[in-house]
Design a protein around this ligand. Structure first.
Ligand code: SME
Length: 163
């Protein structure tokens, strides 16, 4: 239930560990996909106050902006372009500690300094969306973020399957 969404925890790990079961309870009473994805993004933003967090859906040969929190963003990203398009092409999580060192980075905002992109897959191992998180600090994402955000994406993949 949205009213009872409270995250406690001192460390990043503790926050992720408190967040994950709540994502499940936050979404289990609702069948609408966009409503659930919007709340998952909001819950992550509320917990970690990321500079920008959102998702891009694979639509034919392009990524198209979905639910997000943060400054206005690019609406479309081509296959293989930027960090999001690369994570789609390479079918893997990408951590970029310094976006200025990433060839072809798409700067939706000059304030973005580091980012992590985690793809979500369907049953045929095709990428169906990417979760994109940007920080205004360099080196802001590590293996813990990767591990727990892949679990978040696991929750999202279940919602996509039950659509
Ligand atoms: N940073 C992304 C573009 C999307 S925005 O930052 C919201 C990229 O290079 O894929």
């Amino acid at each position: 239930m949205a009213e009872s969404f409270i995250i406690s925890g001192e460390t990043k790990r503790e926050k992720y560990q408190a967040l994950l079961p709540q994502l499940k309870s936050l979404t289990e009473g609702e069948t609408d996909l966009i409503a659930n994805l919007g709340n998952i993004i909001a819950a992550l933003k509320q917990t970690f106050n990321f500079f920008w967090i959102g998702m891009y859906f694979v639509k034919e040969d392009t990524l198209v902006l979905g639910p997000f929190q943060g400054p206005v963003a690019c609406t479309r990203i081509a296959f293989g372009k930027g960090v999001c398009g690369s994570a789609w092409k390479e079918k893997r999580t990408m951590i970029v500690p310094d976006v200025d060192q990433f060839p072809g980075h798409i700067a939706c905002s000059n304030a973005s300094k580091s980012e992590i992109v985690v793809p979500a897959f369907n049953k045929r191992r095709e990428v169906v969306l990417v979760l994109d998180i940007d920080s205004d600090k360099r080196n802001d994402f590590d293996q813990d973020d990767e591990k727990y955000l892949m679990e978040v994406v696991g929750v999202i993949e279940k919602l996509l399957i039950s659509e």
